[in-house]
Design a protein around this ligand. Structure first.
Ligand SMILES: *[C@@H]1O[C@H](CO)[C@@H](O)[C@H](O)[C@H]1NC(C)=O
Ligand SMILES: *[C@@H]1O[C@H](CO)[C@@H](O)[C@H](O)[C@H]1NC(C)=O
Ligand SMILES: *[C@@H]1O[C@H](CO)[C@@H](O)[C@H](O)[C@H]1NC(C)=O
Ligand SMILES: *[C@@H]1O[C@H](CO)[C@@H](O)[C@H](O)[C@H]1NC(C)=O
Ligand SMILES: *[C@@H]1O[C@H](CO)[C@@H](O)[C@H](O)[C@H]1NC(C)=O
Ligand SMILES: *[C@@H]1O[C@H](CO)[C@@H](O)[C@H](O)[C@H]1NC(C)=O
Ligand SMILES: *[C@@H]1O[C@H](CO)[C@@H](O)[C@H](O)[C@H]1NC(C)=O
Ligand SMILES: *[C@@H]1O[C@H](CO)[C@@H](O)[C@H](O)[C@H]1NC(C)=O
Ligand SMILES: *[C@@H]1O[C@H](CO)[C@@H](O)[C@H](O)[C@H]1NC(C)=O
Length: 434
C-alpha cells in the first residue's frame, strides 16, 4: 500500500520534471438570454497525454464552468501530446479578468527556460461597435516545429479575429508578468503581423527553443467598452482589447545538405490549400482537406495536425508524392465559430526528422438549423433535437449534454431551464460518415 503510494508520488514528480511544450487559449462569447456565457478552448502540450494542468483566475472572478470536455491529439512517435479542453463559463456580469496558467517544467531548451507562465486577458465588456462582448483572436499552434540550422524559414501564424480587429503579435513581457523566464529565442525575429522568421545560424545554436508569444486584438477605430454597472473605458487603435498566449517549441535541427524544398525538407504540392485559405463545413458533416507533399531524399512519414477529431487517410507510392486526406469533423462546441487548423508534413532521413512549411487554414463551422423567434419568458418549449454522434469507440454522454446545452443557449433559453427528455428516434448516420 505505502509502496504504491510512493511510486505514484515519484511518477507525479517526474511528470513535473521537463514536459511542457506550450499552450494556446482562445475565447468566444455566446449570445444568450439573461446571462453572459463564454466558450474557452485551451490547448496544452506535454510530452505525455497523462499530464495536464488547470488555468486559474487570480482574483477568483472567472464565473462558473458548466461544461468541460477533453480531447487529445498525439504525435505518432510520442514526441508530444496536445490536449484540448473546452469549457463554457457563465458570468454574472461582464467584468474583464485575467486567466493564468503556470507551472515549472518546460522541456529542456537552449534558453534554459524552466518555469512556464501564460496569461490571457479576457475582455467581456460590451463593445460600442458590435454591441457585444469581445472575441479573442482565433489561432492554434503545433507543439513543436522543426527547422535545420542552415535553412531560412518564415512561420506565419494564423490569426483570425471574428470582430474584424487588427491582430498583432509580440514576445511575452516580464514587466507585464506574461512569462516567468521570458528570454525570447535569439534565432527568431518576430514581425507584429505574427510572422516568425528564422535566419540560418551555426551549429552551436541547434536545439529546442521555448517560444512565448502574446497575440492581441486592436480596434480599427476608437471604441468604448461598457460594464454591466455602466462604467466605460475608451480603447483607441493603440490599445489592445484582449490578449492570448501562443507558446510552442521550435527545434533547430542539424544542417541539411540543401535547403531546397522537396529534397530533404518536404514541400507541399497542389491541391494542398494555401496558407490562410478559408474553408466551410456544417457541423454535422465531415470536411476533407486534400494535402499532397513530396521529398526526394527523405521519406515522408506523416502529417501533424493541431486539431483533434481528425482521421488521416495516407497513400504513398514507392516513389512520388505522398497524399493525405485530412478528414476533420467539427465538434458541436465549434458550431457557429471560426476554427483554425494548422498542419506540417514530417519526413525522416538518417534518423533526423524534417518538417515542411507550416500551413494553417480557417474553417467556418456553420449551424444547419435556422433560429426561431423566441417569445418573452416564461414559456414552455418542445424541442425536437437531432444529435449527431460521430463514429467513436463509445458514446460520450458529455458530448450529448454539451450539444443539448448549446442548442438551448442558441435558442436563447437560459441554463436553468427545466429540461426533460420525452423520447428518441434513431436516424441514419450523416452523409459522409464512415
Ligand atoms: C486532466 O487531468 C484530469 C485529472 O487530473 C483528468 O480528469 C482529465 O481528463 C485530464 N484531461 C485530459 C485532457 O487528459
Ligand atoms: C556561433 O554563433 C555564436 C553566437 O551566435 C557565436 O558566439 C559563435 O562564435 C559561433 N560559432 C562559430 C563556430 O561560428
Ligand atoms: C481616439 O481617442 C483618442 C484618445 O481619447 C483621441 O485622442 C483621438 O482623437 C480619437 N480618435 C478618433 C479618430 O476619434
Ligand atoms: C463598476 O465596477 C467597477 C469594477 O467593479 C468599478 O471599478 C467601478 O467604479 C464601477 N462603476 C460604477 C459607476 O459603479
Ligand atoms: C523530385 O523527383 C521528381 C522525379 O524524379 C522530379 O520530377 C522533381 O523535380 C524532384 N523534385 C525536386 C525538388 O528536386
Ligand atoms: C464559404 O462561405 C462563404 C460565405 O458563405 C463563401 O463566400 C465562400 O465562398 C465559401 N468558401 C468555400 C471554399 O466554399
Ligand atoms: C482511403 O483512400 C483510399 C484510396 O483513395 C480509398 O480507397 C479508401 O476508401 C479511403 N479510406 C477512407 C477511410 O476514407
Ligand atoms: C500511385 O500510382 C497510381 C498508379 O500509377 C496512381 O493512380 C496514384 O495516383 C499514385 N498515388 C500517388 C499518391 O502518387
Ligand atoms: C547519418 O547520421 C550520422 C550521425 O547521426 C552521421 O554520422 C552519418 O554520416 C549520416 N549518414 C548519412 C548518409 O548522412
Amino acid at each position: 500500500m505505502s509502496l504504491s503510494v510512493l511510486l505514484l508520488l515519484l511518477l507525479v514528480c517526474s511528470a513535473q520534471a521537463s514536459d511542457f511544450l506550450g499552450t494556446v487559449l482562445t475565447y468566444y462569447p455566446k449570445q444568450t438570454y439573461g446571462s453572459l456565457s463564454v466558450d474557452f478552448h485551451y490547448k496544452q502540450s506535454f510530452r505525455s497525454c497523462l499530464y495536464n494542468d488547470t488555468w486559474y483566475c487570480p482574483e477568483n472572478n472567472c464565473g462558473y464552468a458548466y461544461t468541460t470536455m477533453n480531447r487529445i491529439n498525439m504525435e505518432s512517435s510520442g514526441e508530444w501530446c496536445q490536449t484540448e479542453t473546452f469549457t463554457t463559463r457563465v458570468f454574472p456580469d461582464n467584468n474583464p479578468f485575467l486567466f493564468v496558467f503556470d507551472g515549472s517544467a518546460w522541456i529542456n531548451n537552449i534558453q534554459n527556460v524552466v518555469a512556464w507562465r501564460a496569461v490571457t486577458w479576457v475582455e467581456l465588456r460590451t463593445r460600442s461597435d458590435t454591441g457585444r462582448a469581445n472575441t479573442s483572436p482565433q489561432t492554434t499552434v503545433l507543439p513543436a516545429l522543426r527547422v535545420p540550422s542552415n535553412c531560412p524559414r518564415d512561420f506565419s501564424l494564423l490569426a483570425f479575429d471574428p470582430d474584424g480587429d487588427e491582430v498583432k503579435c509580440r514576445h511575452a513581457s516580464s514587466s507585464l508578468a506574461e512569462c516567468t523566464q521570458c528570454a525570447p529565442p535569439s534565432v527568431l525575429s518576430l514581425s507584429s503581423s505574427c510572422t516568425l522568421s528564422f535566419s540560418p545560424t551555426n551549429s552551436s545554436n541547434e536545439g529546442p527553443y521555448a517560444v512565448q508569444l502574446v497575440m492581441e486584438d486592436f480596434p480599427r477605430q476608437n471604441i468604448t467598452l461598457t460594464r454591466t454597472n455602466g462604467s466605460q473605458e475608451v480603447k483607441t487603435t493603440n490599445n489592445a482589447i484582449s490578449k492570448i498566449p501562443v507558446q510552442f517549441v521550435l527545434k533547430v535541427v542539424p544542417a541539411v545538405p540543401t535547403c531546397t524544398q522537396g529534397i530533404y525538407l518536404p514541400t507541399f504540392l497542389p491541391p494542398t490549400p494555401a496558407n490562410g485559405a478559408r474553408l466551410n463545413v456544417t457541423v454535422t458533416r465531415w470536411l476533407d482537406i486534400n494535402i499532397k507533399a513530396e521529398a526526394n531524399v527523405s521519406t515522408i512519414t506523416g502529417l501533424l495536425v493541431s486539431e483533434p477529431h481528425y482521421i488521416i487517410n495516407a497513400s504513398q507510392n514507392a516513389s512520388g508524392p505522398a497524399e493525405f486526406i485530412l478528414t476533420w469533423a467539427p465538434s458541436w462546441d465549434q458550431a457557429g465559430k471560426i476554427q483554425t487548423i494548422c498542419f506540417v508534413v514530417q519526413a525522416v532521413h538518417n534518423g533526423s526528422k524534417y518538417h515542411s512549411d507550416l500551413r494553417c487554414v480557417t474553417v467556418s463551422v456553420e449551424y444547419e438549423v435556422t433560429r426561431p423567434t423566441v417569445p418573452p419568458l416564461p414559456y414552455l418549449v418542445a424541442l425536437r433535437v437531432k444529435i449527431s454522434l460521430l463514429p467513436k469507440p463509445q458514446i460520450n454522454y458529455d458530448d450529448i449534454w454539451t450539444q443539448i446545452n448549446d442548442l438551448l443557449l442558441k435558442y436563447g433559453l437560459s441554463l436553468n431551464s427545466n429540461v426533460q427528455f420525452v423520447g428518441y428516434l434513431q436516424l441514419q448516420p450523416p452523409v459522409g460518415a464512415t
